[in-house]
Each structure stands twice: as C-alpha cells, then as structure tokens.
Write a protein that binds this ligand. Structure first.
Ligand SMILES: Nc1ncnc2c1ncn2[C@@H]1O[C@H](COP(=O)(O)OP(=O)(O)OP(=O)(O)O)[C@@H](O)[C@H]1O
Length: 318
C-alpha cells in the first residue's frame, strides 16, 4: 500500500525554507468558524511525504478542528485542503483516499459492547488488516473483552492497531499518547519512527512538547486558531537560544549582570537562570567580568520556546 510515496526517493523533503516537494497534506487558508469562535483561521501549511509532522498547541487552540476538517468530518467555512490529492470538499474523492488513511481520533467512537476483536473485524472489512497480527504483538489490547471494560490505555492501543493495520500511506492522530504510561509512550514513539522510516507520513497533534521534540521532523504551532510557527524542530531549537545557569561567588545586582539578549531571567540568591538569544562568544566575554563559581549552558527545551509563543496566561483558550 505504499506505492504512492515509495516511487519517488527524493520525496522525503523536509525543508523549512521551502514547501515540501511532494505534499501529502496541503492546507490553503483553511478556516472554520463556530458562531463567534474562529477555531481555524486561514491555516496554511503542507506536510511532505514520509515525515512526522507535529501539530502543537494548548487545549482549545484548534488542533482537533483541523484534523476533523482534513478528514471531511467538518466542512470548512472558507479555504480548503487536499489530502493525498483529494480536495476535502469533494466527498467522493475524499472517501476514496480515506481507504489509504489511518485515523486515531481523540475519543474513540467504537461500539462499546463489541469486543476488541469485533471492532478490528469491523474495520478490517472496510479497509483490510494485512498488519493486524504484527501490530497486536506490539500493542496487545485485550481482544476478548468488550470495549466498555477497557482502560484508557487499552483503548488507545486498540485505536493504534486499528489506525495502522491496513498499512495506510498517511496516518492522522489526535493526541495519540495522551493518558499512556511512559513505557507505552516510548513504545509508541519508537513505532512511529519505524513507520516513518518505512515511508508512512504521520501527522499528529499534541500539547506534549517533549514528545514533539523527540519524534517530529517538523512542527506547526497553532494558537487561537492561527498558525504561529512552521519549522523544522532543529531550527526551532537553534533559534530558541541557549538555556544558561550561572552561579556567582557573591550575589550580583541584576542591573549589572543582565543584557538585552537575556530573556526569562530568574535569580535566586547567587544563581541566575536565563535564555540567551545572542552569540555564544558575546556571552562568554560578558561572563568573564564576574566572579563565577559555575556555569551551565545547554540547549533550550521546546517548553521554553513554546512559552515565547504563548506567553504566560495562555494555557486555555477554549
Ligand atoms: N462544535 C463546536 N461548537 C462551538 N465551538 C467549538 C466546537 N468545537 C470546537 N469549538 C471551539 O473551537 C476552538 C478550537 O477547539 P479544538 O477542539 O479544535 O481545539 P484543540 O486544540 O483540539 O483542543 P484540545 O487539545 O482541548 O482538544 C475552541 O475554542 C473550542 O471551544
């Protein structure tokens, strides 16, 4: 089932400066309004073949709305998108390509009284299940039990098997690891990387920064319905400055020490932490003027970068 993306070896284009050469998903001014709420506001970006694309944003930012639009579960107010070359406004074309898409929704709409096996049988009849056994070895949901007795984690496991078992070219997932324990999250991340390496395009939403940092090639950050960043993870981290911690021999006055390149400065006793956005050489030249006991300079976490986009009180927008 991977013929569409496997035929072209230079399709794995993940170039932040230009759009992917072979987009599997392409949004063009995609807009969705619910009354006064603009859940997606002219969202435009592309996802290239064979990349893991992270769609990042806090609760209510508009992630689920985008996903539901891409799958034809909602109609756009304006703009459009193509998914595997099908225009999302073209019902028939979208229905055709959906056989080649895996979807893991945020809440699984399985018939609760069916057993896990019956749920998989149902999806198998619609789209096939060539990889069912292999995936069950990996994720192991309890197939004999009715879904209504499943734990949250097992529902996710069943959902993942369902999303991948027909070996689709594209998998779209809404917060795939939410509520999973760390071991299961790890298994999931390794699995996604393997799938990507085998040529599958993966689009997933998340508000978990560390997971996006760990597994994604590129990230789109959505805030209040609008896309505020679209970058390769490495570039985003590079531009995010350095995470610096300085321990002085004696406390130092903040005005003497801080420079305009230092942001998010926190000082406690003799220790100062900040993000440095300037050149490393200039930072070192600045530091040698002070009596310093210890310095630690590291890469910033995506969390810190995220704070710059969202600022303080923006955790919940909806
Ligand atoms: N059916 C609806 N009717 C009215 N408003 C809606 C509807 N669905 C979503 N919204 C609003 O649209 C905005 C975006 O919601 P959406 O669910 O897409 O965000 P999200 O980023 O997926 O959030 P979460 O991480 O909490 O799932 C929010 O303000 C939400 O309240």
């Amino acid at each position: 089932m991977r013929t569409e993306t496997d035929t072209d070896t230079d399709t794995d284009t993940v170039d932040a400066d230009s759009a992917p050469r072979n987009p599997v998903i392409s949004l063009e001014g995609l807009t969705k309004r619910y009354g006064d709420v603009t859940a997606n506001d002219q969202v435009t970006f592309e996802v290239g073949a064979g990349e893991i694309f992270g769609y990042l944003g806090p609760n209510g930012a508009g992630k689920t709305t985008t996903i539901r639009l891409l799958l034809g579960l909602l109609s756009p107010t304006a703009g459009t998108a193509t998914v595997l070359d099908a225009d999302i406004r073209d019902r028939r074309a979208l229905t055709d390509v959906k056989r080649n898409i895996g979807y893991l929704p945020d809440t699984l709409g399985f018939e609760e009284r069916l057993t896990g096996r019956e749920v998989l049988d149902y999806f198998a009849r619609m789209r096939g299940d060539d990889r069912r056994e292999e995936l069950l070895e990996l994720f192991r949901p309890p197939l004999q039990k009715p879904v209504e007795t499943y734990s949250h984690g097992n529902r996710r496991m069943l959902g993942i098997v369902q999303a991948f078992m027909h070996d689709p070219d594209l998998v779209i997932m809404d917060e795939p690891t939410s509520g999973l324990d760390p071991l299961k999250q790890d298994r999931m991340h390794l699995f996604l990387e393997d799938e990507r390496d085998a040529g599958t395009t993966i689009f997933f939403s998340s508000h978990v920064l560390s997971e996006v940092q760990r597994v994604c090639d590129r990230v789109g950050i959505i805030r209040d319905g609008g896309l505020v960043a679209l970058e390769e993870i490495d570039d985003l981290l590079r531009r995010g400055g350095k995470d610096v911690r300085v321990q002085f021999v004696e406390p130092v006055e903040a005005e003497r020490f801080t420079t305009p390149e230092m942001i998010d400065v926190e000082a406690v006793d003799r220790t100062v932490r900040f993000t440095y956005t300037g050149e490393s050489g200039a930072l070192l030249e600045h530091l040698v003027q002070f009596d310093i006991e210890d310095v630690d300079i590291g890469d910033p976490q995506l969390d810190d970068i995220f704070k710059h986009y969202y600022g303080a009180g923006s955790e919940e927008t909806g």
